[in-house]
Design a protein around this ligand. Sequence first.
Ligand code: HEC
Ligand code: HEC
Length: 330
Amino acid sequence: MMRKLLKIILVLLVLALLAFAGFIGYVVTFLPNIPLEKVEIEYTHDRIKRGEYLVKNVAQCLDCHSEREWSKFSGPLKPGTEGKGGEKFDQKAGFPGSYTAPNITPHHLKDWSDAELLRAITSGVSRDGRPLFPIMPYPNYGKMDREDIYAIISYIRSLPSIESTTPPAKSDFPMSIIIHGIPSKPSFVAKPSRSDKVAYGGYLANASVCAECHTKTNRGQIIEELMYSGGRFVDSGNGAVQSANITPDKETGIGAWSEKDFIARFKAFDKNSGNYEDDSVKPGDFNSPMPWQAYAGMSDEDLAAIYAYLMTVKPIQNKVPKQSSVPKKQ
Ligand code: HEC
Ligand code: HEC
């Protein structure tokens, strides 16, 4: 009797193990399963222009997919490396693998179809079906207006080609399994009207991935209840620094800032205005990973909309040690 019971338990165990192995096998073999859309994009002048703005100043594609000069404040792009690939996110910075942003100039993307690019940018599936690690913010880009993504694709197609190859991505176990389940179909939205300042600002805040640095995470997932309350450690090329609380809390956030203060803080880093020149940063000095210079190219109207949106998020009291992100020469 006893032996029979043991035998049954053993058989059940083996079956459970087989089912589990089968499940893992299924996940790794058949996921992600995101079909390609039938699209061909017309690279019109308007799209390229809009795309340039989104890529350089809003969505920060170049910020990751180029080399940055960490000897200067906020790591501006190294001229001549635009889109060449470069920023590396690995175990040293707390990632479950090693991911280098690939070359997104025609050198690497010339054989990709528009459909393949659309899928990679908004669903996180590479050309060969490989899942991308979501440090590439495809979950955000999948919530943009399809037209804006077409503009982004039109512009990156026009980048000067740079010959350069980056090391392939590698996920550690168990991320090597989990990652197959992360890509998902995009849920495009219609861009809110500019007259609806708060909704339009929310759209831009998503596209410019502010929450990704300004919210603490739990196992790599943003903690929704702590949205925008800062305190997350972000690698700055000069050691990790904590992001600021940008909720409207009056004491510990930016609730006491006026719209003018907010815009001015960004515009203080605007090189095109002629008011800002790179501040050099010595090893060990405070540096910021926030691409201030890139965001500084956003229009006053767009920055004002982001401000209006941030003023509507839940104020959270969270005191983050204060660092200075004000240009030295002011
Ligand atoms: C926060 C950094 C970051 C930002 C911002 C970012 N990317 Fe990426 N991107 C990456 C990384 C890292 C990878 C590689 C991920 C992997 O292989 O798992 C990647 C992968 C890609 C790929 C797939 C390339 C391939 O060979 O599989 C494309 C295409 C791409 N990014 C385009 C863009 C575009 C366009 C934007 C802006 C709309 C953008 N990225 C913004 C970091 C970023
Ligand atoms: C790559 C990470 C990163 C991204 C992306 C990012 N930030 Fe930041 N941000 C930081 C860090 C770190 C600090 C603190 C150091 C500093 O002031 O530069 C900061 C500081 C700030 C401050 C200054 C607050 C103060 O009290 O002085 C504001 C305002 C701000 N961020 C707004 C934004 C907005 C709006 C966005 C999106 C458009 C954004 N940030 C995107 C990392 C980031």
